[in-house]
Write a new protein. Structure first.
Length: 260
């Protein structure tokens, strides 16, 4: 695959992933609240498995197979996790994966509008980083790029649902919230383009970029998604969560296996 066609694939998949996840989230928000609240935890469980599978079955193995120092890969992974922890500490809000949570509980009107504005800026940064991760994966192996895109797409849907809820709570109309959410989702394309040209000139850094990508996926899964799943501890829900997490891992594993 030529560099030009590879870049075209990156742009198409990154843009499609961002736009489609925003559209699906918009459709999801049209469901009755009771139905939406019942389905969303299942999406989060599946997304958790997809992120874990992409990090542990695809990104890290490719980073280690590159010939780079295993200690260097481990250091990049640890530094990535610490960096994402610090970034989350610096931000005044967290991505919600349900319509209401402790970080976005009932607040006054001005705080709601501020939260809506902040969520747009924060999501733009997050999606730009997703584009960087997808580009790094594609530069390593197009098949790995596809797997990474699937994982990003899986965890974007519940995130986008939470973001839309915050925008609507901030007083935006459904149409404006949808348009802005889609526009912000497409910032991943900009991140992919910048990363493509920067990393293509420094291929020796690709294994460490993959390790940081794995760190991002692991951090989101372990620090953000899993604690939310632990809020429900009844046996039936716990079994469903385990099955859906395993399904997410299986989908990534099968996708990666077929790609090769």
């Amino acid at each position: 695959m030529s560099p030009v066609s590879s870049l075209a694939y990156v742009l198409i998949l990154t843009g499609a992933s961002g736009a489609l996840s925003a559209f699906i989230a918009g459709g999801f928000m049209l469901l009755p609240a009771a139905r939406r609240n019942a389905l969303l935890p299942h999406l989060v469980s599946f997304a958790t498995g997809a992120l874990l599978g992409a990090a542990l079955l695809a990104l890290l193995p490719h980073a280690l197979d590159s010939g780079a120092s295993a200690h260097g890969i481990g250091l990049a992974l640890a530094c990535g996790i610490i960096a994402f922890f610090v970034l989350e500490k610096m931000v005044l809000w967290r991505h919600c994966h349900v319509d209401a949570c402790e970080a976005h509980g009932p607040q006054d009107h001005h705080r709601d509008r501020a939260s809506a504005t902040l969520i747009l800026w924060g999501d733009a940064f997050h999606n730009t980083l997703d584009g960087v991760l997808i580009a790094a994966a594609f530069l390593t192996d197009p098949h790995l790029g596809v797997v990474t895109t699937v994982a990003v797409f899986a965890h974007e849907i519940p995130q986008e649902v939470g973001d839309l809820a915050i925008l609507l709570n901030g007083g935006m109309s459904r149409q404006r919230a949808m348009v802005l959410n889609i526009a912000v989702s497409l910032t991943s394309v900009a991140g992919a383009v910048v990363a493509w040209f920067l990393l293509a000139k420094a291929l020796e850094w690709l294994p460490y970029a993959l390790a940081v990508a794995a760190a991002s996926f692991l951090y989101v899964a372990v620090a953000d998604l899993i604690p939310g799943l632990h809020r429900r501890v009844d046996a039936r829900t716990s079994i469903q969560q385990v099955v859906l997490i395993a399904l997410g891992i299986l989908v990534i594993g099968v996708t990666h296996g077929f790609a090769h």
